[in-house]
Design a protein around this ligand. Structure first.
Ligand code: HSE
Length: 297
């Protein structure tokens, strides 16, 4: 009647896959405890680590849980405790971890009426509350693990992709907050055809590189000529941090989700550690406070 579990952080977009590609971090995330109650209500009883709303309908976990219970026609009550380690506005899927966590945990306690893929639309309701946009590129990898591709939103069609075994992520978070809604408001609504061609070429190359475990192809494909030039202006020392990661041996990298975190992918944990150190060196040298993570995928 009670479950305690890990709610993973995620990297959305992964450069060329804006709103359609995401990956799940193995070792960075929150913890959640959910237990059944007899009162027929969904209550957020405790949040540690961050100041976030406790009211069910203002909390991403609460909204996702209610969407799921409504679809089931269930009046079972639940208490949710959230131990936040992922900072909101950091760009590694803080709201998605809570939204996906709530539906994952409740689904388990109810005897798994839904598959992991079927849980995605409920978790997206939480994302909508957080950012105003129904994007799935954080909640899908949080629920499915590894890399996920949102092939289509209408109708929703999410595909779990192959994850090469030696791929590691380094993520650095300059200690500022960028709201996803603000980072979306700087984007243009039309894309020049030439840029679109480059972007879908890279996305196809990246997916192919994941399946064939071709790290050189993954490296060539990790580019974003559409979103990064606009959003990187919101991130301190973005170009220097990215360059430091590449110089230290990263395959590639860019903005994690809507930022301000910057990520890099590397082949092997040793390289990922060197890359993290090089990225940290830029912020340390510039007096920017930061937090850095290395994780498997
Ligand atoms: N794809 C979304 C965006 C992810 O970049 O706005 C937000 O984490």
């Amino acid at each position: 009647n009670e479950i305690r579990f890990f709610c993973p952080a995620t990297i959305a977009n992964v450069t060329c896959g804006f709103d359609v590609l995401g990956l799940c971090l193995d070792t960075v995330g929150d913890e959640m405890v959910i237990r059944k109650t007899d009162d027929g209500k969904v209550s957020i009883t405790r949040i540690e680590g961050q100041e976030l709303p406790l009211q069910t309908e203002r909390n991403v976990a609460g909204v996702s849980a209610m969407a799921m219970l409504k679809a089931l026609g269930s009046s079972q009550g639940f208490e949710i405790e959230i131990y936040k380690k992922i900072k909101p506005g950091s760009g590694i899927g803080s709201s998605a971890a809570s939204a996906a966590g709530a539906v994952f945990g409740i689904n388990k306690l109810l005897g798994t009426p839904f598959s992991a893929t079927e849980l995605i639309p409920f978790a997206m309701e939480g994302e909508k509350l957080a950012s105003g946009a129904l994007h799935a590129d954080n909640v899908a990898p949080a629920l499915l693990g590894g890399f996920s591709l949102v092939r289509s939103y209408e109708p929703l069609d999410v595909i779990k992709l192959h994850t090469p075994g030696e791929l590691f992520a380094s993520v650095i978070h300059p200690q500022i907050e960028v709201k996803t809604a603000d980072a979306r408001s700087v984007l243009k609504h039309s894309v020049p055809l030439k840029k679109a061609i480059q972007q879908w070429g890279n996305l196809g190359g990246l997916v192919s590189g994941l399946y064939t475990e071709n790290y050189e192809l993954i490296s060539r494909s990790l580019n974003d000529g559409i979103i990064e030039p606009l959003r990187s202006l919101l991130i301190p020392k973005f170009n220097q941090v990215k360059q430091a990661a590449l110089d230290a041996g990263a395959l590639g990298g860019g903005i994690s989700g809507s930022g301000p975190s910057i990520f890099a992918l590397s082949k092997g944990q040793v390289t990922a550690a060197k890359v993290a150190e090089a990225m940290a060196g830029i912020y340390a040298g510039a007096g920017v406070d930061f937090e850095v993570h290395i994780s498997g995928i």
